[in-house]
Ligand binder design. Structure first.
Ligand code: KIV
Ligand code: ZN
Length: 566
């Protein structure tokens, strides 16, 4: 920012709270959650939801487990009013879910809101008026503190008078000093206490004081100080639920909420994936999954997060970014070699520990511990398959991981560098990521069943009946278009074939390693074999053979390695 612009801005005053206690608190239980997707979220959409879309979203929120859902601003528009009526008249609200409606502290709007919720079994009536000096000056035309406080009192009184008109509805009352985040604390307290005084909550009949971080003007620690300060000074604290409603202007909605909970709040309002005005509301998914990752149950079920995201994106017409915590396409993906290596080791070790625990009959649940992954992707409906992806930054382990997990090819460890380097060089040349099938194709093309300059056309192996392990090999090969029949004897097919090659003068290599396995998940029940050869000049290379016959796979691996050394 240029020097003259910077002078427009002022520091935000901190709260004087030297004996603050929140920094030492630990979040050890979930708050009451309230989704405001259908109100704050919806009102921020370029194309707000239709009634049908709101109904579908409401069902989604209920399935996730929200017990309090702000469904809209019924006095503001017919769609909002009609949506509320449909929920009630069509009996769509589960018995354990409370709908919440928002209304400004204005008489005709409050009356209309009570008409909207008539017949509901349970409802939260949420009133608000804006309290900050900036809003008092600009929006309310230099209104005084007393005028603003009296607006709150008048609204609260009218609400109190209307509650008995809906005897079948269990009503909880909620007040928000809107723009709390830049309201003088003593004045926010004055407004809240004035409303508390009108509503007279008790520990058995609590009310909600919602303290919105309407616009984030400062750091989350100051927000936490404000919440702790309010909690200490509000009247009838034992008869209140203190609620947080953070927005995300400084990108710290989650941090502000977490510190606000440490500072004593009981309840959290927010939206799925943080939809909401400007930079959005608090992302409840983020905070809830942060809690899950510390072993705290939340009552919210995000075990199929991809499916939730699909519904969310369709209905809101918003997109969840690729790096969005927990939900983004790439957040469980590693491209860098060292990360891939560590993740692969972590997952492999976990597999082994789980198998060992199962075999020993242990019921103990193994703590999660995989480098770079704070949570098990499978717990959110994500698979391990996408964890490791290959581009030019990837390491040897990543390619081997994909070939193993996706294509059932368990390459010997010392083959990883040879294959990994070639394949990520390929990604580098192409300047893009290679998908799992492209990696398999490249592996088959460059490291398996290579038939030039030497091709194995036919072979016969005769296992000796008198000498254990002795094998006679007769092979027909094609070397640079010249067909030859070779013969050799050895203590196994590979060894016999090497001797056969030696008999034809092709003896500049020796076999230094070999392994084979059935290809996991392959439809054609093929085997894969890997042979490492050392050339007389010292070079070591692996080749792979793939064939329904394990013997033929071994010979093809040898021929491949021989060809690769040429
Ligand atoms: O952000 C805000 O202050 C609000 C209030 C109406 C609670 O949405
Ligand atoms: Zn808001």
């Amino acid at each position: 920012m240029n020097p003259s612009s910077i002078q427009k801005y002022r520091p935000f005053p901190p709260v004087h709270l030297p004996d603050r206690t929140w920094p030492d608190q630990v979040i050890d239980r979930a708050p009451i959650w309230c989704s405001v997707d259908l109100r704050d979220g919806n009102q921020a959409l370029p194309q707000p939801m239709s009634i049908e879309e709101k109904l579908e979203f409401f069902d989604l929120l209920c399935r996730i487990g929200f017990k309090q859902i702000e469904i809209g601003f019924p006095s503001a528009a017919d769609t909002e009013f009609n949506f509320c009526r449909r929920l009630i008249e069509e009996n769509r609200i589960p018995g354990d879910v409370t709908i919440q409606i928002l209304v400004q502290t204005r008489e005709h709007l409050i009356r209309r809101s009570f008409e909207a919720i008539a017949g509901a079994k349970k409802a939260i009536v949420h009133i608000y008026n804006s309290t900050s000096p900036l809003q008092r000056r600009v929006t309310f035309n230099d209104a005084s503190r007393e005028q603003i406080r009296d607006i709150a009192i008048a609204g609260a009184q009218l609400v109190k008078d209307l509650v008995p008109t809906l005897p079948e509805t269990e009503i909880v009352l909620q007040y928000s000093p809107e723009s709390f985040s830049d309201t003088e604390l003593d004045f926010a307290l004055e407004c809240c206490n004035a409303v508390i005084d009108v509503w007279q909550p008790t520990p058995e009949r609590k009310m909600i004081i919602n303290l919105p971080d309407t616009v984030q003007w400062t750091t989350p620690n100051v927000h936490a100080d404000m919440i702790e300060w309010m909690g200490r000074h509000l009247a009838h604290r034992d008869s209140l639920w203190i609620s947080l409603h953070t927005h995300n202007d400084r990108g710290t909605g989650t941090a502000a909420t977490e510190l606000g909970l440490m500072a004593g709040a009981d309840r959290v309002e927010g939206t799925l994936f943080g939809n909401g005005e400007r930079t959005g509301n608090l992302d409840i998914v983020n905070v809830a999954l942060n809690m899950n990752s510390h072993g705290i149950p939340t009552g919210l079920d995000f075990s199929d997060l991809p499916a939730i995201r699909v519904v969310y994106e369709r209905i809101t017409r918003m997109t969840v970014g690729e790096r969005h915590p927990y939900a983004g396409e790439l957040v469980f993906t590693a491209f860098s070699g060292s990360h891939q290596d560590a993740i692969k080791k972590g997952l492999d070790r976990r597999d082994k520990e789980l198998t060992r625990a199962k075999e020993s009959g242990s019921q103990e649940i193994l703590p999660w511990g995989v480098p770079y992954l704070t949570i098990d992707p499978q717990d959110l409906g994500r698979s391990y398959e996408a964890i490791i992806r290959i581009n030019s930054q990837s390491g040897k382990g990543g390619v081997a991981y994909i070939l193993d997990r996706e294509h059932g090819l368990d390459l010997p460890k010392t083959m990883h560098p040879q294959v990994g380097k070639t394949i990520y060089d390929l990604a580098d040349q192409q300047g893009r990521e290679l998908d799992a099938d492209e990696i398999r194709d490249a592996f088959y093309r460059l490291f398996a069943n290579i038939e030039s300059p030497l091709a194995l056309k036919d072979y016969e192996l005769v296992h000796s009946t008198t000498e254990k392990g002795r094998v006679d090999c007769t092979a027909t090969i094609l070397l640079r278009d010249q067909e030859m029949t070779l013969h050799g004897i050895g203590n196994g097919p590979i060894n016999a074939f090497v001797h056969a090659m030696e008999s034809a003068g092709l003896k500049d290599v020796k076999v230094t390693d070999y392994r084979s396995h059935a290809i996991r998940g392959g439809s054609d029940a093929s085997a894969a074999a890997y042979v490492q050869l050392q050339h007389d000049d010292g070079r070591l290379l692996w080749g792979c053979g793939i064939d329904p016959s394990i013997e033929m796979a071994g010979l093809k691996a040898l021929v491949t390695a021989w060809n690769l050394l040429r």
